[in-house]
Ligand binder design. Structure first.
Ligand SMILES: [Ca+2]
Ligand SMILES: [Ca+2]
Length: 681
């Protein structure tokens, strides 16, 4: 399936490249041409940009949508369009019901139809049958198509249709073709480069008529955007502090050393692969992006312009692009656009950022390796259209990505990407909540894929939606937010990153916040946590909760990488020493139930992952419990707190049991996910 879609890209781009060549034959922008041969229709479907259509309020089948747009193009062309529709949308069957409001891609098709009149037919009725509309505009168009230009001619024509006469009917998407203008720069909208030879049989008279009716479809195509850093950079401020609130390199290194050792003893130690769907990456093997940080595909030999395995992509060693040709393996960014460096900066943060890499790269082998999908369009450097997410995700899943970072967003939910994520049920996705000048609530603002994560989104089991916080730990004023769809906030202000030229530059935004969460997810995965839902729960259970963030993310929390990687040690943070943790094992977790004043609730405080005591609200003190349900989702509940002067129980540190602190001294407890293997520190 991936390969066939790729072929479509190959064709499209091959022609684009041809257009740039000086000796190129005359090319045309094709919008609507009757009388095309079926081969030409199939060729158009192959080369053309798909259009987008949104399912109605009750949902519709793919078949119904396809037929509404393309009608019948002939048996072979219909067969081609059906297959192309399945591929574009990652669907198995045309009977698949598309949810209301979800957009599907329909392959390019010509919509003008030629019909034979039967006794009693009227133009209005024919239009209604085929398009559900018969307004004056459509009638005028029909007249124009049939060379009945003046109002009286039109009236005459529509009233006196003759049986067996053949007429042309317009469609909702009129398309004409025009000769290419000198110096014309191809864009992704509507223009279909194609040579005249492919259009034998076109009536020149019809062409002239169509030209007059030329009206490019507005907003027919939509694109995913990398979550722009520029908007975020113009944000009013990033809080009073200037130092990013990320993680202490030293503390994380110390913690990882211990957790790695425990993981090795438990034989769960592994290298996590993080896929990056972004604007490519420059400089593999340069001073920052050591080749060890990339998951190389050893089955394909670089530089021989051959798809050696084959998997549909040429020379895809460190990743691929979807622009086709024999340059599939090139992940170098395109164009001169400001977003060129976006993917490189994101990649630098998924590896932990400059300080982490510079301090630790010489001493430890990388536990996170990247796999790059260059998601930019070769013609302009801007992100590809939605449907390209399907092959992008499919490729990364085939390449065993544990985590996929998507610092990108669109306003429209698209079936193909939804289907691709559904199939990737062993992969964790991390996406950005998005930046808006004042931040927007995702509950009332459509954003994909961000709106599918959080506590209630469609992919809540495998998608983390990340907002940004400032350097004071408060919500960053440019970050979208939601108490349902955003999972947590991560640092997104003045983060040091590495750009295309290898320079260290500071960036703001939910894009960079997302990358830091992917870094944390990669570390947790490298310690042996494989299931997407389990990794997500781990990152959420280890957040630092802050009441200021209550309406910004459903956990009200900020990412804490050091807490997150403590997979095999319980962690206690005292109120008097925030940011300093004690690691060990609480001998009896159930003992913590005693602090819940509601005795009826106590038995239900099971499978605990976090306890947050001393929460003062409305003059009352609460203890908050977090746990995991049978369906693996997280729950949060609280009780009025009692007996806070009592110890939380015995705490085992390095084989020695000591009394734990009184609950009232505690700020946060995060429980280990796994038991400690024998001999572990
Ligand atoms: Ca290959
Ligand atoms: Ca090769």
């Amino acid at each position: 399936m991936v390969y066939r879609i790729l072929r479509a890209f190959v064709g499209f781009v091959a022609v684009l490249l041809l257009r740039a060549a000086p000796a190129e034959p005359a090319t045309f922008e094709v919008r609507s041409v009757p009388d095309l041969t079926e081969d030409a229709r199939i060729e158009l479907g192959r080369l053309g940009e798909p259009s987008w259509h949104t399912a109605g309020p009750k949902g519709e089948t793919l078949d119904k949508i396809l037929r509404a747009i393309c009608g019948s193009q002939g048996v072979r062309a219909d067969d081609y369009l059906a297959k192309a529709t399945l591929e574009l949308n990652g669907a198995e069957s045309l009977d698949q019901l598309v949810d209301p409001g979800v957009a599907v891609a329909v392959p390019f098709c010509l919509e003008v139809q030629r019909v034979k009149i039967e006794r009693g037919d009227t133009v209005e009725q024919l239009l209604r049958e085929r398009h559900g509309e018969f307004g004056p505009h459509a009638v005028r168009q029909t007249c124009g198509l049939n060379r009945q230009e003046g109002p009286m001619d039109c009236l005459e024509f529509t009233r006196h249709l003759q049986p067996d006469e053949e007429i042309y009917l317009p469609t909702s998407r009129e398309r004409v073709f025009v000769t290419r203008r000198q110096g014309f720069v191809p864009t992704n909208d509507a223009q279909i480069p194609i040579t005249l030879a492919q259009f034998e049989g076109i009536s020149n008279a019809m062409t002239a008529l169509q030209l007059e009716a030329a009206a490019p479809p507005a907003n027919a195509y939509r694109y995913i955007e990398f979550v722009s850093l520029d908007e975020a950079s113009s944000a009013p401020d990033c809080g009073p502090q200037t130092v990013p609130l990320t993680f202490s390199v030293q503390k994380l290194a110390e913690r990882l050393a211990v957790e790695n050792q425990a993981a090795a003893l438990a034989s769960t130690e592994r290298t996590a692969i993080v896929g990056v769907i972004d604007s490519g990456l420059g400089g593999i093997g340069g001073p920052f992006f050591d080749v060890r940080f990339f998951a190389a595909n050893r089955s394909d030999i670089a530089g021989n312009h051959t798809d050696d395995e084959p998997n549909g992509y040429y020379d895809d060693v460190y990743g691929m692009n979807l622009n086709g040709g024999n340059q599939n393996g090139s992940i170098a960014p395109y164009g001169a656009d400001r977003q060129r460096s976006h993917g490189t900066k994101i990649a630098s943060l998924i590896l932990g950022g400059p300080e982490w890499v510079h301090n630790l790269a010489p001493t430890i082998a990388s536990r996170i390796q990247l796999k790059i999908v260059n998601f930019s369009n070769a013609s302009d450097g801007y992100p590809l259209a939605y449907y390209a997410l399907n092959p992008a995700i499919g490729y990364l899943v085939e390449q065993n990505a544990d985590v996929i970072n998507m610092s990108l967003a669109s306003e429209l939910t698209v079936e193909s990407a939804v289907n691709a994520m559904e199939k990737a049920n062993r992969t964790l996705f991390v996406t950005a909540a998005g930046n808006e000048p004042k931040g927007r609530d995702l509950a009332s603002y459509g954003a994909y894929p961000a709106g599918q994560g959080g506590r209630v989104g469609r992919f809540r089991d495998q998608l983390i939606t990340v907002g940004a916080h400032d350097n004071d730990g408060n919500w960053a004023p440019f970050s979208n937010f939601s108490r349902e769809y955003v999972d947590l906030l991560a640092p997104g202000c003045a983060l040091p990153t590495v750009d295309l030229d290898g320079n260290e530059v500071k960036e703001n935004g939910t894009s960079v916040a997302t990358a830091i969460v992917s870094f944390a997810a990669g570390l947790v995965s490298s310690l042996g946590e494989r299931l997407p839902h389990a990794i997500k729960n781990r990152l959420l259970a280890s957040v630092d909760v802050d009441p200021r963030l209550e309406r910004k993310a459903w956990t009200s929390g900020r990412l804490n990488v050091v807490k997150a990687v403590s997979l095999r040690h319980d962690l206690i943070e005292l109120a008097a020493q925030p940011g300093n943790y004690q690691f060990g094992r609480l001998v009896d977790r159930d003992e913590l139930r005693k602090f819940c004043a509601d005795k009826l609730k106590r038995p239900f405080l099971e499978r605990l992952v976090k306890v947050r005591p001393n929460v003062v609200r409305d003059g009352e003190t609460f203890v908050e419990y977090w746990g995991v349900r049978n369906d693996s989702s997280l729950w949060r509940d609280d009780c009025i707190q009692e007996d806070g002067h009592l110890s939380i129980g015995m705490f085992r540190v390095g084989g020695v049991e000591i009394p734990g602190p009184a609950l009232r001294e505690v700020r946060d407890i995060v429980f280990a996910t796994y038991s400690l293997p024998a001999g572990a520190p």
